[in-house]
Design a protein around this ligand. Structure first.
Ligand SMILES: C[S@@+](CC[C@H](N)C(=O)[O-])C[C@H]1O[C@@H](n2cnc3c(N)ncnc32)[C@H](O)[C@@H]1O
Length: 272
């Protein structure tokens, strides 16, 4: 019996047209997987979005931090440098191994003593201990399917000490952005490569299809894909309340010099 690889999922819009036009000369892969992970890290490592806001929010907090979906450590490393003890959780072997490698660099070695990494699905997480703060940055709540969010929030609740705080960021498109069907395309160059960020909002605006087309001076072109849900902060507030949290604040993230932030930070507290 012969086995065939399962067909790539149909991609909507421009990403789908590119995949069809380039056929086998294009490698289509998941953004956070073994092929996409190193590219994701390269493209986002210098992104400072949220960093100042999260450091300011966590500065007065004592006790260990659980960082969900830590990836290659864009937020983890500044948290460690600020003196926090961090447990980072992610499903991506590729991004976790990048973070482990970063921790062996001479400047980071002293920070690594405060870091524990766990490869696990945050939606089914059971670490058997509690934290003072749980953090889910980078609008990664959008990667949790809507029907799994209520259970996920209860799980976060169970990993917090009483009065512990859950800080999460959510996509907050500016008025007029993501406003209709069709693709937006943003090109940018990195050493040896041209990258195109292709985004497409579903007409009901509840999810966005994100693809990065990368054409580089090495290897075949890559199309790295991800689908993100775009829950409103109102919906998140209702679900968090249902899971036993009090939402203390929803605040806009400060824009960086590179881009408007287009995200909100939600601060929810576990009640007894
Ligand atoms: C947008 S990236 C953010 C990574 C990192 N926080 C950053 O700022 O670069 C989303 C991350 O979520 C991880 N992820 C997605 N679903 C997950 C899940 N169910 N459990 C744990 N990690 C998950 C991905 O592997 C990826 O590292």
């Amino acid at each position: 019996m012969t086995t065939r690889p399962s067909p790539a999922p149909a991609l909507p819009g421009l990403a789908g047209q590119i995949a069809e036009a380039l056929g086998k000369s294009l490698t289509v892969a998941e953004l956070y997987g073994p092929v996409g992970g190193p590219v994701y890290h390269e493209l986002t490592a210098d992104d400072t979005n949220e960093v100042r806001d999260l450091l300011a929010l966590l500065r007065p907090r004592r006790g260990p931090v659980l960082e969900l979906a830590c990836g290659s450590g864009r937020l983890t490393v500044p948290l460690l440098a600020a003196g926090h003890e961090v447990t980072g959780v992610d499903t991506s072997k590729s991004l976790l191994s990048t973070l482990r490698a970063r921790m062996t660099e001479p400047a980071a070695q002293r920070l690594s003593r405060r870091l524990t990494l766990v490869e696990a699905d945050m939606c089914t997480l059971d670490l058997g201990r509690s934290f003072s703060t749980v953090l889910l940055g980078t609008t990664t709540i959008g990667l949790v399917p809507p029907h799994r969010r209520p259970d996920f929030f209860r799980r976060v609740h169970d990993h917090l000490e009483p009065e512990g705080v859950f800080v999460l960021s959510a996509h907050a498109p500016s008025a007029g952005a993501d406003g209709g069907p069709g693709d937006t395309l943003r090109p940018w160059t990195t050493p040896g490569a041209v990258n195109f960020l292709i985004e497409r909002a579903d007409t009901d605006r509840e999810q966005r299809h994100v693809a990065i087309l990368r054409v580089s001076d090495t290897g075949s072109p890559l199309l790295l894909t991800s689908t993100v849900h775009v829950p409103s902060t109102k919906a998140l507030t209702g679900e968090l309340t249902g899971a036993g949290f009090v939402v203390d604040a929803v605040q806009p993230a400060r824009p960086t010099t590179a881009a408007p932030a287009e995200l909100s930070i939600v601060i929810a507290r576990r009640t007894a």
